[in-house]
Write a protein that binds this ligand. Structure first.
Ligand code: UFG
Length: 344
């Protein structure tokens, strides 16, 4: 019998890439999404890439306990990957209640439903943001979680704690939190990718939208940081590599290979890349010139953040393999695909 994996938020950016890799690895997937921050593009793209037309799709809101419980009555679920959450750092500062309510309630509902329906493995989609304003680099899983700098970040810290405490009290639940660094890029088929609504907050969608002419100019936030070229350093992880880390994690859980009932792994490439390096690499691999200028630092940005990925490499048997060049090519191919779809 194939193992069934529920992917909450499975029609979104990371969720759709993970769905593809799970199906490729032989898992059955149930996609659940409330479509609050995406349309059907990626779900349709997943079907095209995998050639699987019958991937169950449930349009539902995890904040509604009744429908979450029904999922566990309707399907035998071996593991859940929980992506369904709001994720814009800046918006969370302006609308904290919306963020706390949505991100916490949906996760609590999920755990409560699992508790009622017997054993299950939970993969929680966490973020490097849980480390707060780090003091020592690279960041290991043992680095302290300092106060998060946004309500969004706090919801990630709280959900990790909720999962850990629930597992401590419930022997039928096991869980792993994956702390992503900066996911970027798109599937090599260019059929799925990131579809930000409105003006993008993140660097790569802003770059691709500038290159295609949707935005006039990329603002690089600060060139006076204490880094080699003065721009911030981050750990940019390709979304397909990231998706493969989820498959390795799910396999570790369903095959009973966990060393502890609750585990945490950093998911990054383990190499710092500056904003300027990313911009110039994008220009080079895609043979274009980007309109950009330096502006003031953005509030809340830390100068440098990158991961020590030793634990994930050793324990999950996973390592990022796509190059920055491949990733930035895929991001551009995806942007062109979106533009072509919009112009139809
Ligand atoms: N940047 C620009 N111009 C832009 C956008 C970003 O110069 O238009 C710079 C930022 O200043 C930063 C880098 O590009 O130095 C990366 O910025 P992103 O907004 O793409 O990503 P962040 O590192 O700020 O945030 C990401 C995720 C968050 C997560 C955080 C964890 O988007 O969800 O990593 O550290 F919380």
């Amino acid at each position: 019998m194939k193992k069934q994996i529920l992917v909450s938020g499975g029609a979104g950016y990371i969720g759709s890439h993970v769905t593809v890799e799970l199906i490729n690895a032989g898992y059955d997937v149930i996609v659940a999404d409330n479509m609050s921050n995406c349309d059907m593009t990626c779900y349709e793209g997943v079907k095209k890439i995998t050639g699987k037309q019958d991937i169950p799709f449930v349009e539902m809101d995890f904040c509604n306990y009744g429908v979450v419980e029904k999922l566990f009555t309707d399907y035998k679920i071996d593991a859940v990957i929980h992506f369904a959450a709001f994720k814009a750092v800046g918006e969370s500062v302006v609308k904290p209640i919306m963020y706390y309510k949505n991100n916490l309630l949906s996760f609590l509902n999920l755990l409560e439903a699992i508790q009622k329906h017997g054993a299950c493995n939970v993969l929680f989609s966490s973020s490097a943001t849980v480390y707060g304003e780090v003091e020592t680099l690279p960041v290991t899983e043992k680095s302290p979680r300092l106060p998060a700098t946004s309500p969004y970040g706090k919801t990630k810290q709280m959900c990790e704690d909720i999962l850990r405490d629930t597992i401590k009290a419930q022997t039928n639940i096991k869980g792993i939190a994956l702390r992503y660094f900066n996911p970027i890029g798109a599937h090599p088929s260019a059929l799925i990718g990131e579809l930000p609504r409105g003006v993008p907050n993140n660097l790569v969608p802003y770059i691709t939208q500038t290159a295609i002419g949707k935005r006039e100019c990329l603002n690089i936030f600060g060139n006076d940081y204490p880094t080699p070229d003065g721009t911030c350093l981050r750990d940019y992880i390709d979304v397909v590599d990231l998706a493969k880390a989820h498959v390795a994690t799910i396999t570790r859980m369903v095959e009973g290979c966990m060393k502890e009932d609750y585990e945490v792994f950093n998911v990054g490439i383990g190499r710092p890349v500056s904003v300027l390096e990313l911009v110039t690499t994008f220009e080079k691999v895609n043979e274009l010139s980007l309109n950009y200028k330096y502006v003031e630092r953005r509030m809340g940005d830390v100068p440098s953040l990158w991961a020590d990925t030793t634990l994930a490499n050793e324990e999950l048997g996973w390592k990022a393999t796509r190059t920055l060049e491949e990733t930035l090519k895929s991001a551009w191919e995806w942007e062109k695909y979106v533009a072509q779809k919009e112009n139809k």
